[in-house]
Design a protein around this ligand. Sequence first.
Ligand SMILES: Nc1nc2c(ncn2[C@@H]2O[C@H](COP(=O)(O)OP(=O)(O)OP(=O)(O)O)[C@@H](O)[C@H]2O)c(=O)[nH]1
Ligand SMILES: [Mg+2]
Length: 463
Amino acid sequence: MAQFDTEDTIAAIATPIGEGGIAVIRVSGAEAVQTVQLFFISKSHQRLASSPANTIHRGEFRDLHGNRVDHVLVSLFRAPHSYTGQDVIEISCHGGLAVTKRILDLLLGKGIRHAEPGEFTRRAFLNGKLDLTQAEAVLDLIHAKSNRALDVAIRQLSGSLSLLLKELKDELMRLLAHMEAYLDFPEEDLEVDVHEGMKNKLAAIQQRIRLLIASFNRSQLIREGILVTIVGKPNVGKSSLFNALLERDRALVSDIPHTTRDHLEESLEIQGFYIRLRDTAGLISTPEHPLDKLGMEKTLQAIHESHVVLYVVDQSRPLEDADRHVFQKIPKEKRLIPVMNKSDLPTKMEQKSLEALGGGEPWIRISSKTRHGFKELEQRMIHFLEKETSEGGEQITKLRHKVALENALEALQRAEASFQKKMSFEFITLDVRAALEALRELTGEIYSEDLLDVIFSEFCIGK
Ligand SMILES: Nc1nc2c(ncn2[C@@H]2O[C@H](COP(=O)(O)OP(=O)(O)OP(=O)(O)O)[C@@H](O)[C@H]2O)c(=O)[nH]1
Ligand SMILES: [Mg+2]
């Protein structure tokens, strides 16, 4: 992508394209105020150019022939106290396709350029309003699919991760300065406590970085959702359970075995957690029909990918080898919730026969028909998520963050090894500096245009 010019003035519709109560057209750049003024007649006849910052003006948007386009509210922000750090105008108009497009076209006709995806936030970053992790959090906030994901995004946008990274960078800089002060000192003359002090500092910083790296898996679970797969032999009520959890008739249900041939995935939110639920084809040991064989492969794949497996048996029938076969197909390390379905029917399953199954986890009795036991089932799923995600502290959210932190950690490990070998500070500081650079890349103090292109191209236009 071409190098972005931040000097020209850009505009875009900032709200989703379509019909709605209101829509917002955003304009940013040095020409924003005077260009909007060409079309805006304020009710109070006050000109935007002579109005104070952070004010809202009611009036009419008209074309250059004086034809009314819409009644609008114009919000005025001035550099540097705006989202982008430049003069920004936001025009709130009625949320219709024609009206928003007309207003935008009139502005674009006057030398304003249409903004690229994420270009407003890119300007905010380039003008120092946000660091790179905060800019990424803007996108996460927009894409958040659950309350928990929203919490993580808003924390990061508010700068709590940035603050932690700043602390780490400051500590590395202090350590560097300290080492450089001893550069001309022969290592063997270094006092023991100075040497120990530096070594401890190096270890402490590494530990904090390790904790941050470990937070990646937690944030992934929160952001991308926990994958819960329902498995069992045919006809135990997997699709019925799937539908009941989703509270709608999504999957086909029938008393004919092998109703489900392919796996289905839908998402739901339980207690603020985003859950991706999968229904699968009933597992059998000897599939004969080619379609059944394909279905089995897909089910095994779904089990492999999932975080939690709901292993379902039909308690209105005695336990069969087919149920045992399903259990054997679930890898031991998978988080398992064993479920006895059809609790509304008389029990034919002996408690004893279930002991060897379920991986030591307590069985839950439910009915997909009456929703009996559903509270407990949801609680068990949430319990898993809370356990996996509850560790406090800041979280990193992107693979980019993880890679940068791993680079920093590796550099510090090299520095520590050199330290143990009593190598010269000249040598050690190179690695400490490399760690610092990796953290600076993470927050965006060092960046390439290519990286910004990748990050901001994921944004929508107008953000
Ligand atoms: N009484 C009762 N019947 C149920 C319950 N859950 C499912 N059923 C019935 O059991 C039969 C099979 O249900 P499905 O949900 O299609 O079973 P499945 O496990 O998805 O079956 P396949 O897709 O063929 O593997 C249907 O007739 C359902 O109405 C339940 O909790 N109570
Ligand atoms: Mg089914």
